[in-house]
Write a protein that binds this ligand. Structure first.
Ligand code: UD1
Ligand code: CA
Length: 502
């Protein structure tokens, strides 16, 4: 920003957003995982050489809380409360004196923008500011031409094409409603004029509000240079007033995020069906299949594959990891070359080390799976620590909850656990131990021991046939005959193409 101008920014964010029909203040509705106000704050930081004032009102406490949470990104800024929302002009009337009081140097110009225009880009805002300066204007507003301008303030120009005023949709005559050039709600105004004009606003309109837009006509009447910078990107200027607009903003923001990732070397098979939050990072040569959702502080390394319909929330994934179809990963970490899924659920606090495998229908909670270890089928492991090169057999579960407390299971290096084992926590399986299939482990197993708890098997000849005959007399006893070896299915099923149709 040119240093001869000292620029402050005012962000209007006090309105209720009645048309959103929500208990959440409008500016806190998220677009690609970030509240709309966050976009305005970041944009403000790019143009402000001086302080930024955010006008809050409706839901002020939650808006303040959000601003404090993400404070580091937005500073310096000050929050100004507009306790009654008497209009956009009234909002600026609150912010202006507060900025004067809290700034060491007074600003020579003010950028005023709305907290509900999340798609607006720095390039457009900079173009507005440069145009304003090149014209030596007192006030310049950002406008665009819309196929459907309804709801927006219309820009009324003279026969010669100069800006005269902005008329709100509700105050517009039938003829004025035909105008398709609209006020985006983003302005740059020279300080002395702004101060004077704010003092002259009157609530004489359909809504009985103090309209900021009235300062445009004031400027024109005083013979000031009032200009409009018309942008041809009408999507960028979308003001979110309803959930329909919110969906438009969401879709466009996601499109931009996918485009940025693709230009940075990520393959996205169908960008229309991949949902990535603004805060997510993805490394080069990673491939995202359709239906992938990456949320919050998720960071995916290089050379990974994330297959269809997997959702990662606050997950850290190192390079070379494969996440197969339909997995859920939450607040967990996966190290290099591990394979997850298909259909695995990795719940918060889990760490999967290098080259480990967590397979089909496996649920982990607060569980660490050591390097090269495998939990491949149908398991629930909670509050469990697993060392290296462990094999956890199909259907193994930890009984980590006794109805009162969660208890820990420890499985040391090189353990082999057979299928369908229950580990009743707290319990430790020593390194190199073997647990027989079907065992219920209630006591610690020493290193290199065999742990087994099974009732010995007995076979009672003919009992099944007799029982069948008893319960269903239409079935004849099988005469003790067993099926012949050649009747059994072959051990390797043959997979063939269907015959060609003629
Ligand atoms: C406003 C403009 C309109 C423009 C449109 C662009 C006025 C009078 N109208 O209308 O010309 O086409 O934006 O989207 O300015 N706000 C406050 N305090 C208030 C009222 C509003 O802080 O008392 C904030 C809102 O939180 C919002 C912004 O100002 O971020 C705009 O308010 P909104 O009610 O959405 O104005 P529009 O009717 O859309
Ligand atoms: Ca609006």
């Amino acid at each position: 920003m040119s240093s001869q101008f000292n620029t402050s920014v005012i962000i209007l964010a006090a309105g209720q957003g009645t048309r959103m029909k929500s208990t959440l203040p409008k500016v806190l509705h998220a677009v690609a995982g970030r509240p709309m106000l966050g976009y305005a704050m970041l944009l403000a930081r790019q143009v402000a050489s001086n302080n930024v004032a955010v006008v809050v009102g409706h839901g002020a406490d939650s808006v303040r809380t959000y601003l404090t949470q993400d404070k580091a990104q937005f500073e310096p800024f000050l929050v100004v409360e507009q306790s009654q929302q008497l209009g956009t002009g009234h909002a600026v009337q609150q912010a202006y004196p507060a900025l004067i009081r809290h700034s060491s140097e007074s600003a020579s110009q003010y950028v005023i923008m709305c907290g509900d225009t999340p798609l607006l880009t720095a390039a457009t805002l900079m173009a507005l500011v440069s145009y304003h300066q090149s014209q030596g204007a007192t006030l310049t507003l950002l406008t665009t031409v819309l196929p459907d301008p309804s709801g927006y303030g219309r820009v009324i120009r003279s026969a010669g094409g100069t800006v005269c005023r902005v008329v709100e949709d509700r105050d517009a005559s039938a003829e004025e409603k035909q105008v398709s050039e609209i006020n985006v709600g983003t302005y740059i105004v020279e300080a002395t004029f702004l101060e004077k004009a704010l003092g002259q606003l009157k609530p004489q309109n359909a809504q009985g509000e103090y309209y900021l837009t009235d300062i445009i006509e004031m400027g024109v009447q005083e013979g000031k240079t009032v200009m409009a910078w018309v942008t041809d990107d009408c999507l960028e200027t979308t003001g979110v007033n309803t959930r329909v607009h919110l969906a438009v903003a969401e879709k466009e923001m996601r499109r931009r995020i996918c485009e940025r990732l693709m230009l940075d070397g990520v393959t996205i098979l169908d960008p229309d069906r991949v949902v990535v939050d603004h805060s997510v990072t993805v490394g080069r040569d990673t491939v995202l299949h359709p239906g992938v959702i990456l949320e919050g502080e998720t960071h995916v390394g290089e050379d990974c594959t994330i297959q269809a319909n997997s959702r990662l929330t606050n997950a850290i994934v190192h390079r070379g990891v494969k996440i197969l179809d339909a997995c859920i990963l939450q607040e967990s970490m996966v190290e290099e070359d591990a394979v997850i899924g298909p259909m695995a659920h990795v719940r918060p606090g889990s760490v999967i080390h290098k080259k480990a495998k967590v397979g089909n229908f496996v649920e982990l909670k607060k569980t660490e799976v050591g390097e090269g270890s495998k939990v491949n089928h149908l398991s629930y492991l909670g509050d469990t620590w697993i060392g290296r090169n462990v094999n956890v057999g199909a259907g193994t579960i930890t009984c980590n909850y006794d109805g009162y407390r969660k208890e820990q299971t420890v499985i040391e290096d090189d353990v082999f656990i057979g299928s369908d084992v229950q580990l009743i926590a707290p319990v430790t399986i020593g390194a190199g131990a073997l647990i027989a299939a079907g065992t219920t482990v209630t006591e610690n197993v020493p290193a290199n021991a065999l742990g087994i708890s099974r009732t010995p098997q007995t076979n009672k000849e003919g009992t099944a046939a007799r029982r069948r005959a008893l319960l269903d007399p239409s079935v004849l006893p099988a005469n003790g005959k067993t099926c012949q070896a050649e009747d059994r299915p072959v051990s390797t099923p043959v997979v063939q193409k269907p015959p060609e149709s003629s």
